[in-house]
Design a protein around this ligand. Structure first.
Ligand code: 0JX
Ligand code: SF4
Length: 504
């Protein structure tokens, strides 16, 4: 059952702005200041509400914030005589902030502090030094009693910049700006209210990093440690925006092609592998190469060479434009033909139907490839297979694990980047089972609308997505009501690959 929710608006003006979008049923005018907020917070109505959000105006502590900017609190700090004496976490902040951003607001997330007096000048600067972005006089007291085991949220629109005290005559124009913005945040609050409920979260296991990704990231980090920044990496080391940003911050420079790498520099090849022509170019240029190609991708490369060299036409089941496809097909371009889907399998032409073999991109969907292979076997009865499955253990396990939870879920969240093949295949795996699934780079990409009515949410992550991002997603879901967390482990992975000699 969804939880009932209430939105607390301290003053008449704030309540009026919010009621325009939310209606009178959920907006409570709770009064300005600590005393009125404490009284409202212990009212039967607020204590009975499953979820409580505070929405109103606030003073900026961060000098960067301007009137009309929206602050979504990641936590609300109660400021007492000796500084912060209570912190109320608001874990749904990334979801609420994302909904507000989608509606066109300028939104920041961070701590909001509540004080029992008007804060001006020097005191604002001091509070900003604690990391708080904005100050109000109610949120901590309103959310306090219901926060334990409850579902608090706090959205504050900046009414006056950090240099001006709230409600001085000079800020009346700013106040109007803030109230106008406040009137537009109602739809996001309604989405939040529609998504709050107790739910089950099913974690598919295995999920996140595979051995090839751990090795590839380890290689870049070791090269950075051993040779110093900058270290050039051809293409994204793995297809994950967070991993790439993290390594960039440490001095990795990601380039598309080798002509962007200066002479004499070190270049790392990504986990997805490269064509021999790329190796030759690096060699000609005298670049120091450290190869982070996953050994399981390298295995498919060696099969491509072996099959082509014995005279086969090699059908490569994979996706055009993907680096792994380009790298593998580059091994013997003249003998290899790309088969992207079932339709291509039914129409592909080969010079000699008795000398045909196939290989598969390591990150495809197992069931889709089975269908393609069925069609190919019908057309080429002597079709030769690789020695062992090309779709790797990590891809297979993640799809299998997701299948074990997706049928019980109302919605599936797959953590992974848009260009990650294996992550996209996870979305397709769930969708093929009839469960809506969404690919998200992180919690901030969750749309609250997906969660309305979703009593059970399954969560997984592609092989290139860090586990910390999954933890953040679960944390954000906890911000929308009590979560019963279950982990469904279909198999345990203990595979590790050795590092190349250059970084050992
Ligand atoms: O796009 P892919 O799934 O091939 O790569 P990603 O997301 O970087 O995953 C890990 C690397 C896989 C290589 O086979
Ligand atoms: Fe290697 Fe498979 Fe991971 Fe790709 S997904 S890096 S092939 S283990």
């Amino acid at each position: 059952m969804p939880l009932s929710y209430l939105v607390c608006a301290p003053t008449h003006l704030e309540a009026r702005s919010l009621r325009r979008g939310l209606g009178p049923a959920v907006v409570r005018r709770t009064g300005a200041g600590r005393r009125r907020s404490e009284a409202a917070a212990t009212s039967t109505e607020l204590l009975a509400a499953g979820a409580v959000a505070v929405a109103g105006i606030a003073g900026a502590l961060d000098p960067e914030l301007a009137p009309g900017d929206v602050v979504v609190a990641t936590e609300v700090r109660r400021h007492g005589e000796r500084g912060t004496d209570r912190v109320i976490p608001c874990p749904s902040a990334p979801l609420l902030a994302a909904a507000l951003r989608r509606s066109g607001q300028r939104v920041v997330t961070g701590p909001v502090v509540s004080t029992d007096h008007l804060v001006t000048g020097q005191e604002r600067a001091e509070l900003h030094r604690t990391g708080a972005l904005a100050v109000d006089m109610e949120s901590a007291w309103l959310l306090g009693p219901s926060a334990d085991g409850g579902t608090p949220a706090c959205v504050r629109v900046i009414a006056d910049p950090a240099t001006r005290p709230i409600l001085r005559p000079a800020t009346v124009g700013h106040l109007r700006t803030a109230l106008r913005t406040l009137a537009t945040i109602s739809p996001a609050l309604a989405y939040w209210g529609g998504a709050v409920r107790p739910r089950r979260v099913l974690l598919a296991s295995p999920r996140s990093f595979c051995a090839g990704v751990e090795r590839a990231i380890d290689i870049v980090e070791r090269v950075l440690d051993q040779r110093g920044a900058p270290v050039y990496v051809r293409k994204q080391i793995v297809h994950n925006a967070h991993v790439v940003r993290g390594l960039e911050a440490r001095g990795a420079v990601f380039v598309d092609e080798l002509d962007q790498v200066p002479d004499g520099a070190t270049v790392v090849f990504s986990a997805h592998g490269v064509a021999p022509s790329v190796r030759a170019e690096a060699d000609d240029r005298g670049l120091a190469v450290v190869d982070a190609t996953c050994p399981l991708v390298a295995k498919v490369h060696s099969e491509a060479r072996r099959f082509a060299d014995r005279g086969d036409t090699v059908l490569f089941i994979g996706h055009a434009g993907h680096e792994e496809t380009e790298g593998t097909m580059g091994e013997r371009a003249e003998s290899m033909v790309l088969v992207e889907d079932l339709e291509a399998a039914r129409s592909v032409d080969v010079p000699d139907a008795n000398h045909v073999s196939y290989l598969v991109q390591t990150t495809l969907a197992v069931d889709e490839v089975d269908e393609i292979l069925h069609a190919l076997h019908e057309r080429f009865p002597n079709l030769q297979a690789p020695g062992s499955d090309d779709i790797c253990y990590a891809t297979t396990n993640r799809q299998h694990a997701l299948r074990s939870v997706a049928h019980e879920a109302d919605v599936v969240l797959v953590v992974g980047s848009r260009n990650s093949s294996n992550s996209n295949r996870l979305v397709e795996t769930a969708t093929r089972m009839g469960t809506p699934a969404h690919l998200i780079d992180d919690a901030s990409e969750i749309d609250l609308d997906w969660l309305a009515g979703a009593a059970t949410v399954a969560v997984t992550a592609g092989a290139s997505a860090p586990t910390s991002l999954v933890d953040e997603v679960v944390q954000a879901l906890r911000g929308l009501g009590p979560v019963d967390l279950y982990e469904r482990e279909v198999t345990r992975e203990d595979i590790r690959f050795t590092l190349p000699k250059e970084v050992r």
